[in-house]
Design a protein around this ligand. Structure first.
Ligand code: SF4
Ligand code: SF4
Length: 97
């Protein structure tokens, strides 16, 4: 009873919800990342999805937490990031109102 009430409350007050897709909707061609001086993707993403590893010289993209704002696509100076929205109902779900 208590559980079902709290589930109903959660249902009513949630703001964002994730339904993570098995495949990334962010595609990064890393051919220019090493040369990319400031790596703006690593500090422009509001949820820190991009992490540059200095040793391996590779970028890890944590697409699961993406809020689909598109900032990374805009800031990449080499236009190497592509965002394709996840299939309907996947990714982040916003609740408005
Ligand atoms: S901004 Fe673009 S080129 Fe630079 S590190 Fe990020 S993905 Fe690579
Ligand atoms: S779309 Fe926005 S939240 Fe998603 S990885 Fe790019 S900057 Fe981060």
């Amino acid at each position: 009873m208590v559980k079902s009430i709290s589930r109903k409350i959660d249902e009513r007050i949630f703001v964002n919800r994730y339904n993570i897709h098995k495949e990334s909707h962010l595609h990064v061609d890393q051919s220019m990342c090493e040369k990319c001086e400031h790596k703006p993707c690593t500090y422009s993403c509001p949820v820190d999805n991009y992490v540059w590893d200095k040793e391996t010289k590779r970028l890890t993209v944590y697409y699961e937490g993406c809020v689909e704002c598109g900032a990374c696509v805009v800031v990449c100076p080499y236009h190497k990031i592509t965002l394709e929205y996840p299939p309907l109902g996947r990714g982040i779900n916003y609740r408005f109102g």
